[in-house]
Design a protein around this ligand. Structure first.
Ligand code: GLC
Ligand code: CA
Length: 545
């Protein structure tokens, strides 16, 4: 059984990680060439986002064939080598299983389009007239969630792009096909799986209009989702592997069930509530400063709730869909380094398994694009138009993208200060962030005090101290909006973690006394505080005898 509390996962977006053959696009050999770097972080697993055959309309989350590798990323031999060489270095590869939908170029969908009844049942088709979709549900990428096929006189459901058709999990044949995919990759030696938007797989028996929202309340954590997951895990024998489900608009109760070992579903869940505290009225495309009270109470509810009912959290700020955390809840300017370290401390000292998204360990920032032409992401491009149509000015819409676009995470990894940040010998497929000459691996390797070396310490601390791996968590200073503090307790060890979420000095009227051993922090060590410096972070360990 995987030691979830001891482990840290590193996420790679292959297209933007490292280009080994100079075509401007990152690839699998690029990951192989950088394995020493990844190992030097001390991580245990590498989650690679999809590199399977795909038209790449959603950068690989639109899979055409789950068992083939897209030639732009490499070959099956490359993947085998990656698995073997990662293992030699004590790291396991986790693959990304996109099982809620396939590309419309998938053979199954092509057969459905050709009218083969058996394959029409693989997807969610509904009879209907061309001008009336079966429901008013909205796609996550904008517009109706239904697409009409005139030759069949039917609509198909697509919660994402029109080229990503939702699979019909009610059909046992579909479930068998997907189990085969898992078995195939398990045999190749991968050590775990990430399941894309897996809480959306079970749609309701009856499709009805949603007059309160975009339809999600009918299919998030849907009627048979737990059953389907149990069956998938049981029949593929992956119970003891590391598995993480991406849960969209989920609830604590469901995540406990998904991740409680007794349920035999998954090892852990990603949920996104803490990354919506700067969405105005829950709308990603409306800017608002972060609501720190809400952030604190969400972490508290999820941490203590999961603990009480034996669930397990994936801990994360960043992934390939999220803006960069230092630009979002930290500071790109004066306190860039301090805030990057503080945000890292918060996540890495909590109860759960931390995930690091490529470049986060350098404090990489948002892209800062000035022109709509620089954006590549289907969601960003769609929403730019939607915002203009809704009356926003061009500059205003661009500002929203600068803060919210998924491309903020997808700029090339910053390896050095040379041409194209050392990512490629050619112009990369997507524009670089402007600050690669200062923020890059080469610079930070040389600097003992760098964000990179701070992440290394955090990962090592988790390996060393059982209290970080499995200590019970309790939250402190509930009344202080900008202070995120907690204790962890395990046997005779007690961990004390305090973070200032703000760029201002915060005075602590009664003072804080830290007893024991100083483990890590982002300012010079002191013993007593009457105040916390901007974005200050402090971690102490007390061992009771
Ligand atoms: C997940 C992925 C995202 C993708 C979507 C549809 O949210 O992380 O990148 O666009 O699912 O597959
Ligand atoms: Ca390449």
């Amino acid at each position: 059984m995987t030691d979830l509390g001891k482990s840290t996962v590193y996420q790679i977006y292959p297209k933007s990680f490292y280009d080994s053959n100079g075509d401007g696009i990152g690839d699998i050999r690029g990951i192989i060439e950088k394995l020493d770097y990844i190992q030097s972080l001390g991580v245990d697993y590498i989650w690679c986002t999809p590199f399977f055959l795909s038209p790449l309309n959603d950068n690989g989350y639109d899979v055409e064939n789950y068992l083939k590798i897209h030639p732009v990323f490499g070959t099956m031999e490359d993947v085998e080598e990656l698995i073997a060489k990662a293992e030699e270095r004590g790291m396991g590869i986790m693959l990304d299983m996109v099982f809620n939908h396939t590309s419309t170029r998938h053979e199954w969908f092509q057969k459905a389009l050709a009218g083969e009844k058996e394959y029409i049942d693989y997807y969610i088709f509904r009879e209907g007239e061309e001008d009336t979709p079966p429901t008013n549900w909205q796609s996550k990428f904008g517009g109706s969630a239904w697409e009409y096929v005139p030759s069949l006189k039917k609509w198909y459901l697509r919660l994402y792009d029109r080229t990503q058709a939702d699979l019909n999990w009610e059909n046992p044949k579909v479930r068998e096909e997907l189990k085969e995919v898992i078995r195939f990759w398990k045999k190749k030696g991968v050590k775990g799986f990430r399941f894309d938007v897996v809480n959306l797989i079970s749609k309701p028996a009856v499709f009805e209009d949603d007059f309160q929202g975009d339809g999600r309340r009918f299919y998030c954590d849907g009627p048979h989702v737990h059953e389907f997951l149990k069956e998938l895990v049981r029949d593929t024998g992956i119970k003891d592997m590391i598995t993480v489900g991406e849960m969209s608009s989920t609830t604590l109760e469901n995540c406990i069930r998904y991740s409680n070992p007794e349920e035999k579903e998954l090892s852990m869940c990603f949920n996104f509530h803490h990354l919506k505290v700067d969405y105005k009225d829950g709308d990603k495309w409306e800017l608002m400063p972060p609501d720190y009270r809400k952030l604190k109470s969400l972490f508290e509810d999820w941490q203590t709730g999961m603990q009480k009912y034996h669930g397990w959290n994936a801990l994360f700020w960043c992934n390939h869909d999220q803006p960069r955390i230092v630009s979002r809840f930290g500071d790109e300017g004066k306190y860039w380094k301090e805030s990057a370290k503080m945000l890292a401390t918060m996540i890495h000292m909590l109860r759960g398994t931390p995930y690091i998204y490529q470049g986060e360990e350098l404090g990489m920032t948002n892209a800062g694009y000035q022109d709509i032409c620089q954006y590549q992401d289907v969601e960003s491009i769609n929403y730019y138009d939607i915002m203009l149509k809704a009356g926003k000015g061009r500059e205003e819409a661009l500002e929203v993208l600068r803060q919210r676009s998924r491309d903020n995470a997808r700029t090339p990894m910053q390896w050095d200060a040379g041409a194209y940040a050392g990512f490629s010998k050619q112009e990369p497929w997507i524009a670089l962030a402007g600050n690669y000459q200062s923020v890059n691996v080469e610079n930070q390797e040389k600097d003992k005090d760098s964000v990179l070396n701070y992440y290394r310490k955090l990962i090592a601390l988790r390996k060393e101290y059982p209290v970080i791996q499995k200590g019970a968590v309790a939250f402190l200073y509930p009344e202080q909006e900008k202070i995120f503090a907690f204790r962890r307790i395990w046997e005779n060890q007690e961990l004390f973690v305090i973070n200032n979420l703000s760029g201002q000095v915060v005075s602590m009227e009664d003072g804080i006394t830290c007893e024991g051993k100083y483990l890590i922090g982002n300012y010079p060590v002191k013993k007593e505080w009457n105040q916390l410096e901007p974005y200050e972070s402090i971690v102490y360990l007390k061992e009771r005898i």
